[in-house]
Design a protein around this ligand. Structure first.
Ligand SMILES: *[C@@H]1O[C@H](CO)[C@@H](O)[C@H](O)[C@H]1NC(C)=O
Ligand SMILES: *[C@@H]1O[C@H](CO)[C@@H](O)[C@H](O)[C@H]1NC(C)=O
Length: 192
């Protein structure tokens, strides 16, 4: 009899301990996450950028021997903000290049992303009368159908001044995001 009572008591204590542990998990994880963004914190680093090529025109002239092109890219930029506070940037600049030759460039609009949310914007870099060497034109034409014509997208984002973190340079400066994609596949992701 005593043994059973002791067993039940032990069981009760064990259960209470389990409940406490799960309560710590449930409260602790969001609090830790919040702490990461606010204290260790640089939402400028934690925000995730990805881009997608929605449309491209102006490079088809290379197929009929033209070495002067006026390319225009339509890029969809997706920004994910994992932090429990809104995050904004003051716009930026984008440069699209192939084999080290700048093809198109232009502004990135300003954006605010709600807490724990994602937002998208359209970026439309373009170039006028960009000269390609005959070698580069031929390289582009041979790589494109094979899906190996790699384009580099360099995007610079301007951060607003954030006094709370003004000792951190990244808060009053810029962030650079690089993306690569192959012409033809239209997909580009990640930060490098
Ligand atoms: C390139 O494509 C555009 C639209 O898709 C078209 O208007 C133009 O004639 C094409 N140019 C050449 C040289 O094929
Ligand atoms: C860019 O692509 C998006 C998505 O396909 C489209 O909605 C938008 O109209 C395009 N913008 C321009 C200027 O072509």
């Amino acid at each position: 009899m005593d043994d059973i009572a002791a067993l039940m008591r032990r069981e009760k204590i064990l259960n209470r301990a389990r409940n406490t542990i799960s309560a710590i998990y449930m409260v602790g994880i969001p609090v830790m996450f919040l702490a990461v963004c606010i204290f260790a914190g640089d939402p400028n680093d934690l925000a995730e950028f990805s881009i997608n090529l929605a449309a491209l025109e102006g490079l088809n002239g290379t197929a009929v021997g033209r070495t002067t092109v006026s390319p225009a890219f339509n890029l969809t930029v997706r920004v994910e903000n994992p932090c429990l506070q809104p995050w904004c940037f003051n716009g930026g600049e984008v440069l699209v290049s192939y084999a080290g030759v700048a093809l198109a460039w232009g502004p990135v609009p300003a954006l605010c992303v709600r807490r724990s949310a994602a937002a998208e914007l359209t970026v439309l870099p373009w170039g006028r009368d960009v000269g390609l060497s005959e070698d580069l034109r031929q390289r582009l034409l041979s790589e494109w159908p094979m899906g190996t014509a790699q384009v580099l997208v360099e995007m610079k984002i301007f951060h607003p001044i954030n006094w709370m973190h003004s000792s951190k340079l990244s808060y009053i400066g810029t962030s650079l995001y690089n993306f690569k994609f192959m012409l033809g596949d239209g997909i580009a992701r990640g930060k490098e």
